[in-house]
Design a protein around this ligand. Structure first.
Ligand code: SPD
Length: 429
């Protein structure tokens, strides 16, 4: 029989459990365990999840590699098992078939590198061996697991430890807390990054302080969403606040953040806070008129439970719930990542508050796709003439920033954030 250098098994796993095929963690574990069961030495693994579904990954073994790509929506996984030496890749095959709960499959085995077609080079192989010695029998391997927040054409990925600290499917969404290398713990909702331990202050300082330091007396504040607690933490830095109402639809988000992100979820026991776990859309619909000085809409992206937070009716209701000189701030999406929603929100606000009372502020979030994000403002402005894009009292702001040791917001950023690049101005025309 012809001798070969390697053995390659190309496998089609069909009728697999879609849940298993969409779970990047368990796929990584199964592939690594499958390699180990066959006696291979694992060097490294890299696995990515693609939103909303699909996983790609490879386990590099000393004896070559095991690779996979899954289509959970088709219950299908394409798997590549390439081994050399004494390793029997069929052991990995059997293990994976069970793990993916595949009820039908096919496999082709190919011998790779037929020795009678090759010519062995004449060099001193010992020298090469000496260099590669450090890779022999390593007793640990590097995990390379990534979380990806994406649409069809763009993505942002963060590498995480592979450990999921919290994973719950609430009535509304999948709530997860992962542990990333660069940004600490991450809160994700339905495969989208909401906030991270290390850059949350960009978002939470900017969503709060521009409005709070522009309004002459922000005493009664309403926050819709914001379940991680970062926005209420920032609002409550202002002594002038008498009452803060927060309406978050998903208790699971609050509880997960209290447990795993206590630096963000640190003000839930503040006596000025009334926390209501309910639908913010109907809360505003049923609200009394002329009640709030500031309404902050700290929602997620317009899919799932936050979809209604981008509707005309919702913003009309916010307008009525605001006092005559009230300010509305809304998570405004990105002019680079989701231009359509960004523009539509702007025109909704302009129709309700008037074009001259609608403003866009841009800021930078490293962990959102494209990094460029916005807050959009509607200023009711019946009695006072606010110019939210110009600071009224620089000293007051500077003192506040210093005292509170803020990390992103300051008086220069306040003004500068309203300066829009030409392409954004053009989008909004
Ligand atoms: N694509 C991310 C949009 C995030 C909106 N909300 C984040 C919640 C932070 N409190």
């Amino acid at each position: 029989m012809n001798k070969s250098l390697g053995n390659h098994i190309l496998v089609e796993f069909m009728n697999c459990d879609p849940k298993v095929l969409n779970d990047v963690n368990s796929i990584e574990k199964n592939m690594v365990d499958g390699a180990k069961k066959a006696g291979a030495t694992v060097i490294n693994s890299t696995f990515h999840h693609f939103s909303p579904y699909g996983v790609s990954g490879v386990v590099v073994i000393q004896e070559s590699h095991l690779a996979i790509h899954t289509w959970p929506e088709w219950g299908y996984a394409a798997v590549d098992l390439f081994t050399c030496g004494e390793i029997d890749a069929w052991i990995s095959f059997d293990y994976l078939k069970k793990s993916f709960k595949s009820s039908s499959y096919s496999a082709i085995e190919m011998k790779r590198g037929s020795v009678n077609l090759l010519q062995r080079n004449d060099f001193k192989i010992e020298n090469i061996r000496a260099k590669s010695n450090k890779w022999q029998n390593p007793d640990f391997y590097t995990r390379n697991v990534w979380f990806t927040d994406k649409d069809d054409n763009q993505a942002l990925s963060l590498r995480y430890t592979g450990e999921i600290l919290h994973d719950a499917q609430s009535k509304f969404q999948r709530v997860r807390i992962l542990d990333s290398y660069k940004y600490g713990k991450i809160l994700t909702l339905d495969n989208m990054i909401m906030t991270t331990q290390k850059d949350e202050y960009h978002y939470h300082e900017m969503i709060s302080h521009i409005a709070m330091l522009s309004h002459h007396q922000p005493k009664n504040i309403l926050v819709i969403g914001g379940g991680d607690g970062g926005t209420i933490r920032e609002v409550l830095r202002h002594q002038v606040v008498e009452k803060l109402t927060m309406v978050e639809i998903d208790d699971e988000v609050i509880e997960a953040c209290k447990k795993h992100l206590p630096q963000i979820a640190c003000e839930f026991n503040n006596p000025k806070l009334e926390l209501i776990v309910d639908d913010g859309i109907s809360f505003v619909k049923n609200s009394a008129k002329n009640l709030y000085d500031i309404i902050i809409v700290d929602g997620s992206d317009p899919v799932g439970p936050a979809e209604g937070l981008f509707s005309v009716e919702f913003y009309k209701n916010c307008y009525h719930a605001l006092k005559e000189d009230g300010i509305l701030v809304s998570q405004g999406e990105s002019p680079k990542f989701n231009e359509k929603v960004f523009v539509e929100l702007n025109s909704t606000l302009a129709n309700i508050f008037g074009k001259e009372n609608t403003k866009v502020s841009l800021f930078y979030v490293p962990t959102y796709p494209t990094g460029m994000w916005s807050f959009q403002y509607g200023i009711k402005n019946k009695n006072q003439h606010y110019q939210i894009d110009k600071i009224a009292d620089k000293n007051l702001i500077d003192q506040f920033v210093l005292k509170q040791n803020l990390q992103y917001y300051n008086s220069s950023i306040h003004q500068a954030s309203f300066a829009l690049p030409n392409f954004v101005e053009n989008l909004l025309k």
